[in-house]
Design a protein around this ligand. Structure first.
Ligand code: 5AD
Ligand code: SF4
Length: 442
């Protein structure tokens, strides 16, 4: 029987990967993916709990789905609604109380059990909630990965977090740090390479804490994967400054397949705030670390995450973050207003920063980060950069690809195929992208 599933993904790249894998689990059950929720027999929201706004979006979507579900029912068809991911993990059965039209709730560690979860719902007609952290390796039980046709892919190698930053829900939603065995990752990477993938981004909430049961480190894993024929580019995210070991720093200098772009969140430039956040590093430690990595790979471009308005943050402490940003220089950055998350230590602090102060700080930091991004992009003009061709561009005779620094590049070039890496002459810069040409086009 052919059925349709619509999956909507919120949050981080780990969720993007999980949504693809959910599709792999459902394909053998006869589910084809649709982009139209109203046509779907099964709608899955793969959710994020990191900030309040992310979690609340899910409930407004559930309101829309409730109406859609009723319309489908009136038309003689049914629609199952599932909440997956981190909101499911954090709120469990509470979701059913707030949104009774939900049929399935399952956490990020349970989606390999979907066939069973669906069967249980079908047998009883009642909602099923599955948010345990099973000891078994879910990756072992997943259906094989289907080819996506893309030349870039995500590959989750590590999950969970043992760091317990005081603002963060991840240790509660994704559980303890866990690393997949090298052999399994290699096998998955080979499958990807055979299906035409040229660039693999290794994912983990604390990806540089990767260490498999045999003691293989992320640097060693990268070395192994870079020997796979067809894999031309490797990236990894998200890293913690505390886990940036010497081997990984060296790898940036030694391994040409490891791209010179690093997402390394620092969160704040104030030591007092970093301490209250339980980050386990100071601003100086971060700055020295960047110096070391840049020594190994001088053209390294950096991206970071920042939180403004953490409980108790003073004006001077916020300015320390601006100072750090100025000293380091970022090619891109993501900044957020602190959002108190239930169950995390900082949420109970009495000295919460007022919303208007948070917003003003956010705007100031974003303006600075935007300025640095523009500066970085402008500095690429007139350089020759290797571009991995991904797909045809918006206009005729154009192709779209990515620079080593992850910038989208629009190339005036005919006859290029997805998967090729070409040396492109960069001639222009847009808000978030570069443009240029390849070959004789002028
Ligand atoms: N409030 C605001 N931002 C947060 N982040 C994580 N938790 C919170 C929170 N409670 C940000 C951090 C992290 C990124 C993924 O989200 O900057 O690196
Ligand atoms: Fe959001 Fe964190 Fe879950 Fe990713 S792991 S979806 S960022 S809460």
């Amino acid at each position: 029987m052919s059925r349709k599933v619509f999956v909507k993904t919120y949050g981080c790249q780990m969720n993007v990967y999980d949504s693809q894998r959910i599709g792999d689990v459902l394909a053998p059950l006869g589910y084809a993916e649709t982009l139209e929720p109203q046509d779907a027999d099964l709608v899955i929201l793969n959710t994020c709990h990191i900030r309040e706004k992310a979690a609340e979006k899910v409930y407004s979507e559930l309101g829309r789905l409730k109406r859609m579900k009723r319309l489908r029912h009136e038309a003689g068809a049914e629609m199952l609604v599932a909440v997956a991911g981190c909101v499911a993990q954090a709120e469990g059965a509470e979701i059913l109380r707030r949104a009774p039209s939900v049929d399935l709730v399952f956490g990020p560690q349970s989606y390999h059990r979907l066939p069973d979860i669906l069967a249980r719902q079908a047998a009883t007609g009642r909602a099923v909630v599955e948010t345990e952290f099973p000891a078994e390796d879910k990756f072992d039980r997943l259906a094989p990965r289907r080819a996506s046709g893309n030349v870039t892919a995500f590959l989750t190698v590590q999950e969970g977090c043992d760091k317990f930053c005081t603002f963060c829900v991840v240790p509660y939603t994704r559980g303890a740090e866990f690393s997949r065995p090298v052999a399994k990752i290699e096998a998955e990477a080979r499958t990807l390479a055979e299906s035409g993938v040229r660039e693999v981004t290794l994912l983990g909430q604390n990806v540089n804490a990767y260490r498999d049961a045999d003691g293989t480190s992320l640097a060693q894993l990268v070395a192994r994967l870079s020997r796979i024929e067809g894999i031309e580019r490797l990236r990894y995210m998200t890293s913690h400054p505390r886990d940036m070991d010497d081997g990984l720093i060296e790898a940036h200098g030694l391994n040409p397949k490891l791209m010179p772009f690093l997402h390394l969140p620092v969160q704040s430039g104030s030591d007092a705030v970093l301490k209250a956040m339980n980050r386990g590093h100071t601003a100086q430690h971060y700055i020295r670390l960047i110096e070391c990595i840049r020594k190994a790979r001088p053209d390294l471009a950096l991206s970071g995450d920042f939180i403004v308005g953490f409980p108790g943050e003073t004006g001077a402490q916020f300015r320390a973050t601006l100072d750090l940003v100025r000293e380091v220089g970022f090619a891109s950055g993501f900044s957020f207003k602190y959002s108190p998350r239930p169950g995390t230590p900082a949420a109970d602090s009495a000295n919460q920063v007022p919303e208007d102060v948070k917003l003003a700080r956010l705007h100031e930091l974003q303006a600075l980060l935007h300025e640095q991004q523009t500066q970085f992009n402008r500095a690429c003009v007139s350089r020759i950069l290797p571009v991995l061709i991904e797909k045809p561009g918006r206009r005729d005779g154009q192709m779209m690809g990515r620079s080593p620094y992850l910038q989208p590049v629009h190339l005036a070039a005919e006859n290029l195929v997805a998967g090729e890496i070409v040396d492109a002459h960069i001639t222009g810069v847009g808000t978030n992208s570069l443009s240029g040409h390849y070959g004789i086009a002028a």
